[in-house]
Design a protein. Structure first.
Length: 263
């Protein structure tokens, strides 16, 4: 299967048209993905529920053929209240994220994506238990906080024991396609068995996706993106964290080709 990470309605539509099995809905993918707005999630849920009802995904889509779509993609929501690679959250930050969970549960989303670590980069058992309890029956993926945690082969057992049923990982490297990352992902697949699903992500593209299928991964994660550069405003002010302002936009054709490659 293919999970496509998106942070806009346009990207969601492109991913759906391309045949994505699951959508990971975020905001600000340029920051690694943060909690999305309720409005974005609500609109995406409306679209996927229209597919289940045999309707066009949007009123404006009557002529695009999307009323012929038969597979409703799952909607997975990132819960991450701020940027930063520490993933060690204060009481106030956890309260914020648990409140977000309650909002999105009411929308009927299919999965949450979350991860928390201690100051010493071990799995934060206490806050992860709190999150799983609030998610209730909704499945939860442990996200790439895993990639900065200690002792990954031990951590995967802890994460599975807490109730997570999937982990997103780049093999603790910048790209999952790094040779050492591939070896770790292969070891994780062997260690995890049926206890938890290993989903590789980061740097996965048409040229390397088959590698991960061949080592036993049942689902892969990709943005299937093209970069869209934003107009440069010559004001001397910066309203973002990047000198080169851009957004990541999912490309329908890349999604289609990715699906063809892995099936």
């Amino acid at each position: 299967m293919l999970e496509v990470c998106i942070d806009s309605l346009e990207s969601a539509i492109n991913a759906i048209h391309g045949g994505a099995d699951e959508l990971e809905v975020c905001s600000t993918l340029t920051e690694g993905g943060l909690t999305p707005s309720p409005g974005l999630v609500k609109k995406i849920m409306e679209m996927v529920n229209n597919i289940a009802a045999g309707k066009p995904i949007r009123e404006s889509c009557h002529d695009c053929g999307c009323d012929k779509l038969t597979k409703r993609p799952k909607v997975n929501v990132m819960i991450r209240c701020r940027t930063g690679s520490d993933f060690h959250y204060s009481l106030e930050e956890m309260d914020t994220m648990l409140s977000d969970v309650e909002v999105f549960k009411a929308f009927g989303v299919d999965r949450f994506v979350f991860g928390a670590l201690t100051e010493t980069r071990d799995v934060d058992v206490i806050n992860c238990k709190r999150f799983i309890r609030h998610a209730d029956a909704t499945p939860v993926t442990f996200h790439r906080a895993f990639d900065v945690c200690n002792n990954p082969l031990s951590a995967i057992n802890t994460i599975a024991g807490l109730g997570f049923n999937r982990v997103l990982t780049s093999g603790q490297k910048a790209s999952a396609n790094d040779l050492e990352a591939i070896q770790l992902i292969k070891a994780l697949v062997g260690t995890a068995g049926d206890k938890i699903e290993i989903m590789p992500g980061a740097g996965i593209n048409l040229d390397n996706v088959k590698t991960f299928i061949d080592i036993g991964c049942k689902i892969v994660h990709s943005s299937c993106k093209k970069i869209k550069y934003l107009p440069q405003v010559k004001s001397g002010l910066s309203m973002g964290t990047s000198d080169s302002e851009h957004v990541l936009l999912t490309n329908e054709t890349i999604v289609e080709r990715m699906k063809e490659t892995i099936t």
